[in-house]
Design a protein around this ligand. Structure first.
Ligand code: ARG
Length: 482
């Protein structure tokens, strides 16, 4: 059994109890450094708060504090410069940092891990990381909603605004303003923003000071370190603090939901850019060609937005399966929390960016939309509602119009002509066939016609202003403004 190369005396953090080094297979199977180095900057920041706490507790002298803080800064600088050399014995990022701090700061460095376990350390660093990264996601969600809102504004909401068929069951149902359709996706994404904010409240809790599972005998102050790190709250129970991964599962669900919303948006781009629909044309920068078919222009971004929802669902269900039935408190299974979350953050961030580009640059063929929407049958409901206004019960009106539609189809007759001949409908009914009338008549609040859409656009614009203010720290230290 091959032992991992390296100086055993300063290898694994836990070497003291062992009389031989770990097997290569163990190291290969259990290491997390290859991916958790993404937490390095967060872990350095949290370690600084921890050593300041140790100094306040009298565990570190002022000189030792200076030496350890300086070494932590140096580790971060080396890492950012790509100069931090990792060793095979560095099991995870926490081990690597402590080893390097001890190299640089000498005996003082060996005090870094006092009163702390990697169990509270990793949860602290991961929460710290998520506060920032979820803020970045929120800012990208807002970019996309703003783009949808801008395209909706361009599509208009006055009497000659663009409209297209609205569908249920993917069968033409009633025409809707293009602005209405675009904003529908915007509101869905704004719910995701709400969910992110809500999940962040529970991410924003410091577990630092919980130790391995039970706290410590040293006089540390978890409240003070939480404040130092800008956390909104501090853990109540050390067992819960070290074993809780709700703070990963919950935002992972939100990321998955965003991915599902992107997939639905993507599916519409796929449909709209087909020759059969012809409602939209992709910009060359956001389309791909075929290696064999020279004429092809493919919507690969939209298709991958659709396809990658599958992997996000996998990330979420994989983590939930990992968490199921775990006994308290920390179990190494929990190390499996990071890869799905990192994958989801990358997938969703890139997907949002690419779909924002698609919607920024796509060209809508509003003539084609209009002619697809202005079919005789698109006014069927308006004919029935006209009868309702004249006092006919709706169910009866529905049957009258249904019979006219059936007759026009069976006998290949013009529906408007049949309506004109019908004494219950007549000229007033025929007027409903005027192009665009069916969409102009959608007047109820939240509906698809010009009047409610104008109100909706105002409300969406106001909401976007307040969301931008709320998430303005999105690329900075904190995502959510408290
Ligand atoms: N790499 C570990 C993780 O991500 C850190 C905690 C390890 N703790 C332990 N007791 N082995 O979960």
């Amino acid at each position: 059994m091959a032992e991992v190369a390296g100086d055993r005396d300063r290898g694994q953090l836990w070497h003291g109890r062992f009389d031989r080094g770990p097997a290569e297979e163990l190291v290969a199977f259990t290491e997390s450094l290859s991916y958790d180095q993404r937490l390095l900057v967060d872990d350095v920041r949290c370690s600084k708060a921890h050593v300041r706490g140790l100094h306040r507790a009298g565990v570190l002298s002022t000189d030792e504090l200076g030496a350890v803080l300086g070494a932590l800064d140096a580790v971060e600088m080396e890492f950012r410069a790509g100069e931090l050399a990792f060793l095979p014995s560095d099991e995870d990022v926490h081990t690597a940092i402590e080893r390097r701090v001890t190299d640089l700061a000498g005996p003082a460095g060996a005090k870094l891990h006092t009163g702390r376990s990697r169990n509270d350390q990793v949860a602290t660093a991961f929460r710290h990381h998520l506060r920032r990264e979820l803020g970045v996601i929120a800012a990208r969600v807002l970019d996309l909603v703003e783009t949808l809102a801008a395209r909706a504004a361009e599509a208009g909401s006055d009497d000659d605004a663009a409209y297209l068929p609205g569908y249920t069951h993917l069968q033409q149902a009633q025409p809707v303003l293009l602005a209405h359709h675009l904003m529908a996706h915007g509101w869905a994404l704004l719910r995701d923003l709400d969910r992110l904010g809500d999940a962040l409240v529970r991410v924003d809790v410091s577990p630092l000071g919980a130790g391995a599972l039970a706290g410590t005998s040293l006089p540390i102050d978890p409240v003070a370190t939480a404040e130092d790190l800008g956390f909104g709250a501090v853990f109540e129970n050390s067992l819960d603090a070290t074993s809780d991964r709700d703070f990963v599962a919950e935002p992972l669900f939100v990321l998955t939901m965003i991915g599902i919303h992107l997939s639905r948006l993507g599916e519409e781009v796929v449909l709209w850019t087909t020759e059969e629909f012809g409602f939209a044309r992709l910009d060359d920068a956001y389309a791909t060609g075929s290696s064999m078919l020279p004429q092809k222009k493919n919507p690969d971004v939209a298709e991958l937005a659709r396809g990658k929802a599958g992997r996000l669902i996998g990330d979420l269900t994989g983590l939930l399966a990992t968490l199921k039935s775990l006994p308290l408190a920390y179990n190494r299974d929990l190390q499996e929390d990071k890869e799905p979350m990192f994958d989801a953050l990358d997938t969703v961030r890139m997907g949002l960016g690419a779909m924002t580009g698609v919607f920024r640059t796509v060209t809508f063929d509003t003539e084609r939309m209009r002619s697809a929407a202005d079919t005789p049958t698109s006014v069927a409901t308006d004919l029935a509602e006209h009868l309702v206004r004249e006092g006919t019960p709706f169910r009866e009106a529905h049957a009258v119009v249904g019979a006219l539609v059936r007759r026009s189809l069976d006998e290949d007759l013009d529906l408007a002509a049949l309506v004109g001949e019908d004494p219950r409908l007549g000229a007033a009914g025929v007027a409903l066939f005027e192009p665009g009338a069916a969409v102009r008549n959608r007047t109820s609040r939240g509906g698809a016609g010009p009047a409610p859409v104008r109100l909706q656009q105002e409300r969406l614009a106001a909401r976007l202003v307040s969301e931008r203010a709320r998430w303005s720290g999105g690329d900075g230290e904190r995502g959510l403004q408290r």
